[in-house]
Design a protein around this ligand. Sequence first.
Ligand SMILES: Cc1ncc(COP(=O)(O)O)c(C=O)c1O
Length: 295
Amino acid sequence: MTVLVFLDSAFPDGRPADAGVPQLMINDLGVTRGDGIFESLLAVDSVPRKPDAHLDRLASSAQLLELDIPPREAWERAIATALALHAEAEADDAGHAGRAAVKLVVTRGVEGAAAPTAWVQVTVAPDAAAQREAGIKVLLLDRGYDSLSAARAPWLLLGAKTLSYAVNMAALRYARQHGADDAIFTSSDGKVLEGPTSTVVLARERNGVRTLLTPERRSGILAGTTQDALFKAAEAAGWELGYGPLVPEDLFAADGVWLVSSIRLLVPVRSIDGRELPFSAALNSELARLADAAL
Ligand SMILES: Cc1ncc(COP(=O)(O)O)c(C=O)c1O
């Protein structure tokens, strides 16, 4: 079941609507131009995980697109309304609503109108337990931009979570058509970037020092909220942290590589372009536990 709640200034707690019938105008710029932004976060038993980090990133995406979005409080209330409706529909006898995917969407609105269209959507979260346990195969795919494009060409909106995800979905289809489960984008100058829906994290131990690394954000990738929470927890547990730049050889030389994101969480990468990577079930559980505690 999908719950839908529109943000609407006439309804302080949001305006619930029927997700089973058409609700958008055909000239909404989110539909006609993919002009808008979104966030996906996890809720467990109706409690959203790291909502502040997602609302902060929604605000920074909005700034990059010069999009005037509803105030934070309106989002918080609409999320609470949507999660309560979801729990009414999905909760078990003990009152547990389980894992839900919460999507926040804002478009530039109907052509010619001044107001954005904004809504919260809640569905049962897809079950990724098998991937978290067994891992995935990944292909390296060239994104076609160099690692300095974000600063040189801000209109590319690299680093914003825009609704224009057709390219990301095409990369996933390409990976699946070629025997893999997922992809890692590289820049045209050979740097490791991110997955189409995830942040890349690698672990390595050198001379007894354990370090978690992720590609540098200024290379035009999304600032991952899961990676950030994991890094904070890992630092508190004694890990060193590093922020790129990374090249594919760094992935092959690591003790482990993960794709991390809010709904699927930490998924170990078992091979890249058919080359097997080292994998430790113990390290996988350790990092999953750290992330879980942080979230
Ligand atoms: C392109 C991209 N990078 C990274 C991420 C991971 O971000 P987060 O951990 O905040 O979900 C996502 C999540 O959807 C994404 O779409």
